[in-house]
Design a protein around this ligand. Structure first.
Ligand SMILES: Nc1ncnc2c1ncn2[C@@H]1O[C@H](COP(=O)(O)OP(=O)(O)OP(=O)(O)O)[C@@H](O)[C@H]1O
Ligand SMILES: [Mg+2]
Length: 241
């Protein structure tokens, strides 16, 4: 087991605000890692740095040992770093299958149409979207939307998947299904880093949890370990007041 993704001392400032301060963390091969923290802690900023939407002021991002700090998002996707967004972004006028084919063909340059179509069938099967494959993406329910967003990320054949609050807005029963799906994705050999506010989801899904507060890592460990950490309790309680 090795590190597949690393942030080494990354800092990011927005005008007067230090959104991330010398954050160092890593994702192990085959691991499901949760990044949690109160509102404004810097979680989405971290994910944006990892996926290449923004650049750090300091520090480096390593993917499979390669320095990708200055690579744009598409190049990271091509290397196998996939991302699903909180706000789903499919093409609403294309069918589910067509959306996935776009991901399969553009996510890995050199993929033939035949290879792409075969992979899309597997992704449809894995994500439980077969019966909706001909539906327009714009006609899906919220739960189906979330599945499609995960499926679109998977279609690019990632080795590592970054998920930003993909359970947000789901009912408990639906979140359970989504948890099962993320576990199936991991079983296919994908390592996963996810941001999540829904604590039962973090508890059941994460092998390890990193807690951010005011842009800094304040705790790291199993869910049970961080849930008992006084700094973590204070961060959550203090912010709510
Ligand atoms: N593009 C930006 N310009 C200015 N400030 C920003 C920008 N993006 C984020 N911030 C600020 O940086 C801090 C961290 O924001 P971030 O979105 O990373 O937090 P978060 O942990 O994802 O919060 P939430 O749980 O609410 O999604 C916040 O104070 C936010 O207002
Ligand atoms: Mg956020």
């Amino acid at each position: 087991m090795g590190k597949v993704l690393e942030a080494a001392g990354v800092s990011k400032r927005f005008l007067g605000l230090q959104a991330l301060k010398e954050v160092t963390l890593h994702l192990e091969e085959g691991e499901i890692l949760a990044v949690i923290g109160p509102n404004g802690a810097g979680k989405s900023t971290l994910l944006n740095l990892l996926s290449g939407l923004i650049k750090p002021d300091q520090g480096r991002i390593l993917f499979l040992g390669q320095d990708i700090t200055h690579l744009p998002p598409e190049a990271r996707t091509h290397l196998g770093l996939g991302r699903a967004f909180q706000i789903v972004q499919p093409f609403p006028e294309l069918t589910v299958r067509e959306n996935l084919l776009v991901g399969a063909l553009f996510g890995k340059p050199g993929t033939s149409r035949k290879e792409g179509e075969a992979w899309v069938e597997e992704v449809l099967h894995l994500t439980g979207l077969q019966s909706r494959s001909e539906a327009l993406a714009g006609d899906l329910t919220l739960l189906e939307d979330k599945r499609l967003e995960l499926a679109r990320a998977l279609a690019t054949r990632p080795k590592v998947l970054l998920l930003d609050e993909v359970m947000a807005g789901l009912r408990p029963k639906e979140a359970e299904e989504a948890v099962a799906l993320v576990k199936r994705i991991r079983e296919t050999g994908v390592s996963i880093l996810f941001i999540e506010h829904v604590m039962p989801v973090v508890r059941t899904l994460a092998d390890r949890v990193v807690v951010l507060d005011y842009g800094e890592v304040i705790a790291e460990g199993t869910y049970q370990e961080v849930a008992q950490d006084p700094r973590v309790r204070e961060a959550y309680l203090g912010r709510r007041a």
